[in-house]
Structures are given as structure tokens and as C-alpha cells.
Design a protein around this ligand. Structure first.
Ligand SMILES: Nc1ncnc2c1ncn2[C@@H]1O[C@H](COP(=O)(O)OP(=O)(O)O)[C@@H](O)[C@H]1O
Ligand SMILES: [Mg+2]
Length: 360
């Protein structure tokens, strides 16, 4: 998969930009605050319908503008496609190959990008919610059924929690609550089964890459840690009934799952160095790329934003070489020498919301 073209209007610090990418390595060079991350965020938003950093959609509109527009042309499985997004506070429009879509989530899985960014280490250093988000993003981009189940699970959970709140206030609707339980279990069981399988698959990919690049992480383990035993979800909801009522929310289920990173039998978050944590988070990303390839026989577009901080030179070299084996990489950095001596296919200078193609 590769992106040919990106047009942006009033997005973050860009008034207007029109960029033509090529296959291979595209380098974006610019000082701090020039708009490199913003540009990658535009690509990320087209791909996932979400900014890279946690932000509201309204924050994506350029200060003092009212709306933004994004358009991209890309190639998937040898066919050209186009996505257009228009956003204003009272109108959102999504188009795929000229056809209007009723919801943003229909875009997920069309243009697939895998981002490597400074925030990647949050998957290890952050809370369980970040790990669930990481799993969900990957699963949703390759499995429409998962995306649907997740949406319905979250809706059902909201309903159940609202009823629990009512219960708390004296409106007893036990029968209705039990009906929601059954639906919650159906969606929840599916999510847990997918996450269990995902953990197994991604762990295998990580170990494969560890072997290939000869990293000293042979005793790296990844463990899916569900909040309830999948086969006992229904029973657990029943036995937690009183507790859920007194808390006013659902205390068990996949919305409380976690994923554990273990190195040499110790949790990576607690005992590994920051450099090791970052490297393991990059391995997780690389594994995501390989896993995607195994599912659809095509590599996603790689976007990289200053992802190599905290790493030693040798690790950076190994990771960069691996990344350069993929069909398209869009890499942003303040350091023009970031990928020292390797072949750059196209180079852009980013400066306060402007993009200029420069000679290599
Ligand atoms: N909605 C917005 N409108 C205009 N400028 C914005 C908006 N959001 C962020 N910015 C500006 O974008 C700049 C940061 O751009 P960024 O892409 O993060 O820089 P970098 O090149 O360092 O990655 C900041 O100067 C910030 O003020
Ligand atoms: Mg940046």
C-alpha cells in the first residue's frame, strides 16, 4: 500500500498544502513546531478517524478557521483509491472513491498506516486503557466484525451502566438489566476471543523479529490478562451483581482487560530500562506490521515521528533497516541526518505549515 497524494486545508497549522509522495522513503525535515507531527496526524486521521495524540476533533481545525478538509489518493492491492474528509462543528462528511459514507468508521481499514511515534512507549508505561486501545486499533483495522462487536459492546455497556445507576437511585429494573447482560456477554465473548488470539499471534511475530534482528530479548513474553475468564463472563456478571449495583457501573468484562509485557520473568513496565521499554514498544509496532501483512498480503504505510529517542545507535540502525524494507515510509524528524547515508526517495522541508519538495 502507498500514498500518492495528500491535500490538506485548514488542518492544525496548515492553511493549505498539496503533497506528492513516492514509494520508498519520504523524509519530512523541519524545526520543532513547524508542522511535521501535524502532517502525519492528517494521514493518521484519514486512516483511523482519530488523531495520533489524544485530542478532540475540534482541535484539529486551524485556529481562526471554521472547518478542515483532507483528501488523499492511495494505492491498495494495485488499485487507486481516494478518501475525502470534510469537518465542521455541524457537518462531517466522509467520501470513499467518490461515494458518500454515512459514518466515519466505514473508512477504517481502507488506507492502513502503522504509526511509530514517541507515544508508542505508552503501551508499556501507560495504563491498561492504553493497551486495550492499542489492541482495538489493530484488530479494528483488519477485522470489520471486531469493529462492529466493539461498538455494540460499548453501547450495551453504557446502557447497562445507566440501569445500574438507576438501580442505585431506587428504580429497580432487574429483568431489563438481565436482558442487557446476555447481549453484553455475546459481544464480550467475541472481543475476548479475538484479543486472546491476537496476543498469541503478535507475540509470535515479536519473537520472530527478535530472532531476525538478533536482539537480546529471547525471554520476552506477552500475556493476555482478561478481567474475567472468558467462559465465565456470564457467571461473573451474576456473582458481581450486588457489587455492580453498589458501584453503579460494570466491574468486570473486556473493558477492564489488560496485556502484560514480561521480560526475563519480570514486568517490563516496572523493571526494564526506558531504552528497553522503547525498543519493546517498537518491536510491538513492527509485529503489528507483519501481522497485518499475514492477513492481507500487503504491507501498510509506515509513518514515523521521532520514534528513535532513548535508543542506542546500534538498535536504531537495526530498526531503520527493517523499516526500510517496507514499500512506503514517511518519516519526520528535526534532524536531517536521522537515517544517515541511507537512500531517500523524496525529501520535503516543512516550515510553519508549508511543505516544499527539495532536491536530494
Ligand atoms: N488547531 C491548530 N491551529 C493552528 N496551529 C496549531 C493547531 N494545533 C497545533 N498548532 C500548532 O502546530 C505547531 C506544532 O506542530 P507540530 O506538527 O506538532 O510540530 P513538529 O514539527 O515539531 O512536529 C505548534 O506551533 C502549534 O501551535
Ligand atoms: Mg513533532
Amino acid at each position: 500500500m502507498f500514498i500518492n497524494h495528500l491535500a490538506i486545508k485548514n488542518f492544525r497549522n496548515y492553511v493549505e498544502a498539496d503533497i506528492h509522495f513516492v514509494e520508498g522513503l519520504n523524509l519530512l525535515i523541519g524545526n520543532n513546531g513547524s508542522g511535521k507531527t501535524n502532517l502525519l496526524e492528517a494521514i493518521h486521521y484519514i486512516s483511523y478517524g482519530k488523531p495520533i495524540r489524544i485530542a478532540k476533533e475540534a482541535d484539529l481545525v486551524r485556529f481562526s478557521a471554521n472547518d478542515f478538509f483532507l483528501e488523499t489518493g492511495f494505492n491498495r492491492q494495485d488499485l487507486d483509491h481516494q478518501i475525502r474528509i470534510y469537518y465542521s462543528p455541524d457537518q462531517k462528511r466522509y467520501q470513499y472513491d467518490g461515494v458518500e459514507l454515512s459514518k466515519k468508521s466505514a473508512l477504517i481499514g481502507q488506507l492502513v498506516v502503522v504509526p511509530f511515534s514517541p507515544e508508542d512507549a505508552d503501551v508499556i508505561r501507560g495504563g491498561a486503557a492504553q493497551r486495550r486501545r492499542a489492541m482495538d486499533i489493530i484488530l479494528c483495522s483488519s477485522n470489520q466484525q471486531y469493529l462492529k462487536n466493539l461498538k455494540w459492546y460499548n453501547k450495551t455497556l453504557k446502557q447497562r451502566n445507566a440501569l445500574l445507576q438507576d438501580f442505585h437511585q431506587g428504580y429497580h429494573q432487574e429483568k431489563e438489566l438481565k436482558q442487557w447482560d446476555k447481549i453484553l456477554v455475546d459481544y464480550g465473548d467475541y472481543l475476548m476471543e479475538c484479543r486472546r488470539k491476537f496476543t498469541q499471534d503478535i507475540k509470535q511475530e515479536i519473537l520472530q523479529i527478535v530472532g531476525e534482528l538478533n536482539f537480546p530479548y529471547k525471554h520476552l513474553d506477552l500475556i493476555y490478562d482478561p478481567s474475567v475468564q472468558p467462559s465465565l463472563f456470564s457467571k461473573t456478571l451474576e456473582s458481581n451483581f450486588e457489587k455492580d449495583i453498589s458501584y453503579g457501573w460494570t466491574t468486570s468484562g473486556p473493558h477492564r482487560d489488560d496485556l502484560k509485557f514480561i521480560l526475563n520473568h519480570k514486568p517490563v513496565a516496572k523493571f526494564a530500562s526506558r531504552g528497553q521499554q522503547r525498543l519493546i514498544s517498537l518491536l510491538f509496532r513492527l509485529a503489528e506490521v507483519e501481522l497485518y501483512f499475514k492477513q492481507v498480503y500487503e504491507y501498510p504505510v509506515i509513518i514515523i515521528d521521532e520514534a528513535f529517542i532513548e535508543l542506542d545507535n546500534q538498535s536504531v540502525d537495526l530498526i531503520v533497516d527493517k523499516l526500510l524494507s517496507y514499500p512506503q515510509i514517511i518519516l519526520a524528524s528535526a534532524d536531517p541526518e536521522v537515517i544517515n547515508h541511507r537512500k531517500v526517495n523524496r525529501k520535503f522541508k516543512i516550515g510553519q505549515g508549508s511543505v516544499e519538495k527539495i532536491k536530494i
